[in-house]
Design a protein around this ligand. Structure first.
Ligand code: GLS
Length: 834
């Protein structure tokens, strides 16, 4: 294309392509142009929403130019690319991130001010892109930021849900779900109506033998749905590299609607096909750490995986390389088992469509894929019923049986006559009905399997995947401890802290190499530094207190200890233990004289998080938190000594406000249940301390920051099984302090006791699977240690500074480099030869 542009125009065009605006005037000109042309409004009629839209469009223009150039350079370099397949990308807001990554937030701030807007208000107009449930989806978003920032050639592939995770409203103390229609105006996506793929479902398979005696399978009939690509540019930080996130949207394959039906008067059914097709990408399943086995979910998975693989294979074929080079050009990472069908689909493409031999194809497949496991919870391990598979994807089921046959034959050779081993590792579970075990398929189809924190990676090797370690040897299994992007979780969320740090480290380089944070430890005794450190935390708490006042009407004192637990509501994460602890504190305070009470450390207990709509117990937990708040917050005896707040609709943008405002955050899962956790890293990076169990990444955080800087408590993972066994078969008594908490609830202190009996009886009558009672005493004791430590403000500030200084390890940049080296075998593309 360039060659056909006359030289003067080409030069002008190239000059235009330099990233960023020349100055604030250049930025303003673009904003005004977008208001008046793209949005067709006059500047006299430009509100904050329009300013947001125009500002986003102006930045998007810069991004897309860099995006184009990055894609050209990557194509030209023709080196290996990684494809990150994830059903969830919890991106949050894009504008602030784009401005910061391009390095022009200052320009935008000045320009917007001249146009009469505060940049904070403009940023606030953006609707979160909430295409995920929790940690797993946010991890994928952090990875995209790191991949671009480190100049890796990488694409994300996901689904463009019309409805992301629901919006949570709290009405009378109960969670109410409201649909999240977020696509009204989304300047950050580019529809590619020319990039479409036809995806087949249902139908049947016919087999014939060709002239060479080879069996040829053909998948015929069924229905076709069209996948349409939507591209989202992903800017790297302080680099021109701009990668792509491609999200697929489903459409009816046969145009708008059925004209025949329409003409014959069947108006309603004429659009039925279209609606049915569009249902596939309509909604994100709102479950975290839970598999529900619904047909539509399997349809989503195949739709997305098949479209993505078609795209990847098409790109590879353009290079005209031999098939055996595929794994040298392509690495595909399976984010959990959700995209595991990609293993089967690639085998199908190679064998059925491209005519490769089984062995050769399977070699290519297994060298291409890597699989990340994100949980050991049995209820989250995906299984699909064989009859459902047979109906929806008949050819894939045959291929799975063949993959399993060859796999089991190899196991048999290694472990002759061990029928139990065969049954345990088989991809097919011999249940009624038979089930396809997706994790087994993912392991068999990948060359590397990784967990997401050291403890978790050890646990998968000794529990759920133990047999596979024997089959494949230990080298196939590895650990890559999760990380978070310091751009969003420090620079964007906590600009003042980021600035203070850069004033001491000498540059913003720590945002590219987080280990440079170590330099601030030299200043931990510097008076002025400490003072500013504390002032920043206080200012962040004031901002959160204002939000609390605005959204709940409750006044909280910013000088109180802010104790925060924000994450999905789940029994294993034990928000119930936290609220029982709060009740215990309340009862203790009530039992004291006003004089004695004054000795207590004032606290604000802050909760936030969504419950899956069908998760009854999680909803009960939310209700109890709100019920306790309603009583405690209005108790004159208590005043500022204790407030209990439930923040509605926890999401990425709220996290950016809440996390920098915490003194203490809670990561208190039953040991061995939280694979990693990532908010633990975000809180510490923002100078908050942690109370937590020896679980997930808490353990490595402790190792990095030092035991004196974290409040650990509770039973260890290695003891959990025995304790559970004792609950069932031995003597079992509930912790006496917890008994008092239950009595208070049952007396009706917090409203109708029956509303909360599920939570109580889970502990008292149903074996206390999550060890709430076993850990309660050490939890309460450790909270007392926290109070004591917090009263020593100087000591607390030292802990806070030391912790931040030692968090370098937890950057998602480190994490992505480990994947690149140990799993994908790719190197960054130096920007100059990109
Ligand atoms: C999760 C785990 O529960 C988290 O501990 C982990 O940090 C996250 C990312 O690895 O993955 N698994 C899951 O299904 N949802 C998660 O958030």
């Amino acid at each position: 294309v360039e060659a056909s542009i006359p030289e003067p125009q080409r030069k002008a065009w190239l000059a235009h392509q330099t990233s960023g605006f020349k100055d604030k005037d250049g930025f303003e000109t673009e904003v005004v142009r977008h208001v008046e042309t793209t949005l067709a409004r006059s500047m006299y009629n430009c509100d904050e929403q329009a300013a947001y839209s125009a500002c986003s469009l102006a930045f998007r223009d810069r991004l897309i130019l860099e995006w184009n150039r990055t894609q050209q350079r990557q194509t030209f370099a023709d080196s290996k690319r990684v494809y990150y397949l994830s059903l969830e990308f919890l991106m949050g807001r894009a504008l602030d991130n784009a401005m910061l990554n391009i390095g022009q937030k200052d320009v935008a701030k000045a320009g917007l001010a001249e146009l009469g807007f505060r940049i904070e208000d403009v940023i606030e107009q953006e609707h979160d892109a909430a295409l995920g449930n929790g940690g797993l989806g946010r991890l994928a978003a952090c990875f995209l930021d790191s991949l671009a920032s480190l100049n890796y050639s990488a694409w994300g592939y996901g689904l463009r849900y019309r409805y992301g995770i629901f919006k949570q409203e709290i009405i009378d103390g109960y969670q109410v779900e409201v649909p999240d229609y977020w696509l009204d105006f989304n300047p950050w996506e580019f529809p590619r109506h020319d990039v479409t793929v036809d995806i087949q479902f249902y139908g049947h398979v016919t087999k014939r033998t060709d002239d060479n005696g080879k069996t040829i399978a053909t998948w015929e009939g069924g229905e076709i749905v069209k996948a349409v690509a939507y591209d989202v540019p992903i800017p790297g930080y302080a680099t021109p590299s701009t990668n792509n996130l491609r999200l697929w949207s489903s459409k009816a394959a046969s145009g708008e609607f059925d004209f025949q039906k329409f003409n014959s008067g069947d108006y309603e059914n004429s659009v039925a096909d279209q609606q049915r097709a569009e249902t596939i990408s309509a909604v994100l399943y709102p479950n975290d750490n839970l598999d529900r086995g619904k047909e539509l979910r399997l349809k989503q998975q195949y739709f997305w995986v098949a479209a993505s693989l078609y795209d990847i294979v098409r790109r590879f074929k353009k290079s005209r390389r031999a098939w055996k080079e595929f794994p040298d050009q392509v690495a595909i990472q399976l984010n959990d088992t959700h995209p595991t069908l990609a293993v089967v689909e690639l085998q199908r493409i190679l064998v059925d469509l491209e005519g490769l031999d089984w062995e050769e194809a399977w070699n290519i497949v297994t060298n291409t894929f890597g699989y990340t496991n994100h949980t050991v919870l049995p209820e989250a391990l995906e299984k699909w019923s064989v009859p459902l598979f047979q109906h929806l994807l008949p050819r894939h089921l045959q291929l799975i049986y063949d993959i399993n046959l060859f796999f089991l034959q190899s196991v048999e050779r290694k472990f002759p006559k061990d029928r139990e081993m065969l049954a345990r590792v088989s991809i097919i579970e011999e249940s009624q009905p038979k089930m396809v075990r997706m994790a087994h398929l993912a392991i068999v189809g990948s060359h590397k399997v990784n967990g997401v924190a050291e403890l978790h990676s050890d646990l998968i090797k000794t529990t759920i995947f133990k047999d596979f370690v024997e089959v494949f040897g230990p080298d196939k299994f590895t650990n890559v401890t999760n990380g978070i992007t310091p751009r969003r979780w420090l620079h964007q969320a906590n600009p003042r802290l980021s600035e203070l740090i850069s004033s001491k480290t000498g540059s913003q380089n720590f945002l590219k190499d987080l280990t440079e944070l170590a330099k601030i430890e030299h200043y931990k005794d510097d008076k002025a530094f400490r003072k500013e450190w504390a002032e920043i935390k206080y200012a962040n708490k004031v901002r959160l207190a204002k939000h609390i006042k605005k959204t709940t009407g409750v006044d909280v004192n910013p000088s109180a200890l802010f104790d925060v637990q924000v994450k999905r509501i789940h029994e294993y994460k034990r928000q119930q233990m936290n609220i029982f602890g709060v009740i215990h504190r309340y009862l203790t305070l009530k039992s004291l004289s006003p004089e004695e009470r004054k000795k207590f450390q004032p606290r604000v207990s802050i909760f936030g998080g969504k419950a899956a709509p069908g998760y009854w117990m999680a909803k009960q937990i939310i209700h109890l938190i709100n019920a306790v708040g309603a009583v405690v917050n209005n108790d004159k005896d208590i005043g500022d000594l204790l407030k209990v707040i439930f923040l509605e609709d926890y999401n990425v943008s709220k996290a950016e406000m809440i996390i920098p405002a915490s003194d203490l955050s809670e990561h208190i899962s039953t040991a061995g249940t939280e694979a990693s956790g990532t908010s633990n890293m975000k809180f510490v990076l923002n100078g908050g301390l942690i109370i937590g169990t020896c679980d997930g990444a808490n353990i490595e955080i402790t190792r990095e920051i030092g035991e004196q800087n974290i409040f650990l408590f509770g039973n260890l993972a290695e003891d959990v099984e025995d304790i559970r066994h004792n609950h069932t078969y031995g003597s079992y008594t509930v912790d006496p302090d917890l008994v008092k908490v239950f009595e208070a609830i049952e007396k009706g202190t917090f409203g109708e006791p029956n509303d909360f009996m599920g939570m109580i009886s889970a502990v008292r009558d149903h074996g206390d699977f999550y060890l709430v009672s076993d850990d309660f005493h050490s939890y309460i004791e450790t909270q007392e240690l926290v109070d004591k430590a917090y009263r020593d403000q100087e000591g607390w500030i030292t802990k806070s500074i030391e912790s931040v200084a030692r968090m370098g390890f937890f950057s998602s940049d480190r994490c992505i480099n480990e994947y690149a080296e140990g799993i994908w075998n790719i190197e960054p593309l130096a920007v100059k030869d990109q």
